[in-house]
Design a protein around this ligand. Sequence first.
Ligand SMILES: Cc1cc2nc3c(=O)[nH]c(=O)nc-3n(C[C@H](O)[C@H](O)[C@H](O)COP(=O)(O)OP(=O)(O)OC[C@H]3O[C@@H](n4cnc5c(N)ncnc54)[C@H](O)[C@@H]3O)c2cc1C
Length: 384
Amino acid sequence: MDFDLSTEHAAWQRLVRDFCETEVKPYAAEVDENGSLRWESIRKMKDVGLLGLDVPEAYGGIEIDAIGVAIAMEELGRACGSTALSLAAHNGLGCSPITRWGTQAQKEKYLPLLVSGEYLGALALTEPGAGSDLAGGVQTFAQDAGDSWVINGSKAWITNAGIAPVITVLLRTDRDAGTNGFSMILVEPNTPGVNIGKPEKKMGLQGSPTVMISFDNVRVPKDALLGSLGAGFRQTMEILDGGRIGIGALSVGLAQAAYEEAIRYASQRRAFGKPISAHQAIQWMIADATVEIEAARLLIYQAAWLRANGRSFSKIAAMGKLKATEVAEKVCHDAIQIHGSYGYSREYPVERIYRDQRLMAIGEGTSEIQRMVIARRVLEAMGS
Ligand SMILES: Cc1cc2nc3c(=O)[nH]c(=O)nc-3n(C[C@H](O)[C@H](O)[C@H](O)COP(=O)(O)OP(=O)(O)OC[C@H]3O[C@@H](n4cnc5c(N)ncnc54)[C@H](O)[C@@H]3O)c2cc1C
C-alpha cells in the first residue's frame, strides 16, 4: 500500500493550495457578506485548470483523475465554502454529464464556454416535490413534438443555474416506463419559457447562487437530448456517485479550515493564566478533530483511488461523504466552542464555515440516503 500522493498529485495540490491562498481564501468573508461569487478569481481558475477538471484538453480542460478532483475540492473547501460548492457543481454536475454523454456537436458548443471563466455549469435534478426520491417525485416532462421537445415543469435549489450557459435537466420523457422513462435534456436558459428565479435566501454558502427554475412550454431541438433516450435516471445515479467524493472532499476542507482556525485561536487566547490550548478539555477537542479529519480524508481518498483505478466505488464514496459531512459538523461546532463568544461573531471565520458546512449533509444525497446506499450495498454483498 502507498498512502503518499504521487509526485504529480503532490504538485497539483501545491498549485491549487497556493492559488486558493492568494485568490480564494482572502475573499471568502467578502463573498459571504456580498452574497456573490468573486468572478475575478473564477476567471483566473481557467489557467490553473480548476474549471475543467473532467473536461478533455481538446475542449480546454485538464481531465485530471478522481484523486486530482478530490485534491482540488478539499483545497477549495479549505479556502471558501461558497466558491467550493459552485465549483463542485460546475465540474461534477455541470461539465461532467456533457463530457461523458455529449455528442461531438454538444461538446464543441458547450464545453469551451463552460471552461471560459465567464459561466459556471449546472445540473437540475431536484424539484419542489422531489429531492431524495427523484424516481418517485420528478414531474418535469418533455413532450416529443416531432423535431423538438416541449418541456413543462419546475426545478428547485439549482446551484449556478442563473450563471450557466446551458443547464442539464433531468425530466420524464415517458410517464409509464418507470426509471427507464427519464432522460437528460440540455436547455439554454435564454430559451423562451425558461424562468430563472431569484437566488434563495440561505443559511450559508451565500456566494453560491441557488435558484428555482420553471419551464413553461419550453421548446428545444430534438438533438438537445443528452445521452440515450430513457437513460436519465442511470446517468443521474452515476453523476451522484462521483459527486459524493467531491462533496466529501469539500467537507474535509471545511473541517480542516475550522480546525486550523481553532488551533490558532487556542494558542493565542489565555484563560486561568495560560493559553487555552494548555487546558486538557481544549486539547481533547483538538485531538478528536485531528483523528476524525484524518479518518474522513482517508475514506474520501480511498473512494477517489478506487474510482481512478476503474474499480467499484459507490459504497466507499457514500461512506466517505457520510463521514466527512458528520466530521465537518462536529469539528466546526467544536471550533466555535474553542473560540467562545468570538466564534459566534461574524468577525471570525469559524462562524461562516459552520453555516457553510451544514448543507453538505443534505446536498447530493442526504446522510439518510447515504446510509441507505451503504446498507443496500452491504446486504447485497451478503446475499440478503
Ligand atoms: C444550497 C443547495 C444547493 C443545491 N444544489 C442543487 C443542484 O445544483 N442541483 C439539484 O438538483 N439539487 C440541488 N440541491 C437540492 C438537494 O440536492 C436536495 O435538497 C437534497 O437532495 C434533499 O432533497 P429534499 O430537500 O427534497 O429533501 P427530502 O427528500 O424531502 O428529504 C427530507 C428529509 O427526509 C429524509 N428522507 C427522505 N427519504 C428518506 C428515506 N427513504 N429514508 C429515510 N429518510 C428519508 C431525508 O434524508 C431528509 O432528512 C441543492 C440544495 C441546496 C440547499
